[in-house]
Write a protein that binds this ligand. Structure first.
Ligand code: ATP
Length: 247
């Protein structure tokens, strides 16, 4: 039996600047407790899909003009990003977006802005440190002076401070050495298994993403062109040829 979807995207269209149609009817589901990957090249529409879910398109002059988005069966398309965070849906943006002048710990604490209970926040911080021991070591370092991998971990840790059930992760491998990418994905897997956080991950690194995801969607020019269980996609000849570079 397939677990019920925590997140459902139904045929969404997204238009930028009132004229540029970028998503042409995208539908996908994230099953509760799963890791799903959105794969595809530059400009395929992965980031736009994540931004549509977390309602972050406005700042980019984009809007969802068709379709719907549901969290456990309830429409969420009209919620603000802050309301979505309260409901447990948090996005980690591409390019990491740590505050350069703040320490790692200060950065993490900014992720708890929707929460009030100091004890809970402190407990959550300790929990983040158990998953990211590197961040604990670097807790008093200014983010600007930490490595790319540490900044990516900081961005994920910051999202976790909101106690999410769904994390949207945009291109976590970007600019990182393969070994660090692996370390980040291992932690994501751990969080998924132990904390039951569901992840929707946009990735150009198809190979890495399909090793960790349960399910994959392949996007091209604003459409999902193929989807399936990660292991089926890994063994699919077309995927091997076009996306895994072993054709
Ligand atoms: P990348 O890996 O480069 O982020 P992507 O698959 O995430 O690629 P998107 O960033 O979603 O792709 O971009 C999809 C399309 O939308 C591209 O053609 C891009 O040029 C266009 N686009 C993205 N943001 C905007 C914007 N703010 N205004 C206009 N067009 C945009």
């Amino acid at each position: 039996t397939t677990p019920a979807p925590v997140l459902t995207v139904n045929g969404i269209e997204v238009i930028y600047n009132h004229v540029i149609l970028v998503l042409k009817g995208v539908s996908l589901q994230l099953a509760e407790g799963d890791i799903a990957a959105i794969l595809g090249g530059n400009g395929a529409g992965k980031t736009t899909t994540l931004r549509a879910v977390s309602n972050l398109l406005k700042g980019e002059r984009g809007e969802v003009t068709k379709g719907s988005i549901e969290l456990r069966g309830e429409r969420i398309d009209n919620l603000t990003p802050a309301e979505l965070v309260k409901r447990g849906v948090v996005q980690v943006m591409e390019g990491r977006h740590c505050f350069a002048h703040l320490t790692i710990e200060e950065n993490l604490l900014t992720g708890a802005y929707t929460r009030k209970d100091k004890g809970e926040i402190a407990a959550n911080l300790e929990k983040v440190y158990t998953y990211f021991p590197r961040l604990k070591t670097r807790r008093n370092s200014q983010a600007a002076y930490t490595s790319g991998g540490e900044q990516q971990m900081c961005a994920i840790g910051r999202a976790l401070m909101a106690n999410p059930s769904v994390v949207l992760l945009d291109e976590p491998s970007m600019g990182l050495a393969p070994q660090i990418v692996e370390e980040v994905f291992e932690i994501v897997k751990d969080l998924n298994q132990k904390e039951r956080v569901s992840f929707l991950i946009a990735e150009q690194n198809t190979n890495m993403a399909l090793r960790y995801a349960n399910y994959g969607y392949i996007m091209e020019s604003g459409r999902i062109v193929m989807d399936g269980k990660a292991e089926d996609l890994r063994n699919n000849e077309d995927v091997k040829e076009f996306y895994l570079g072993m054709g």
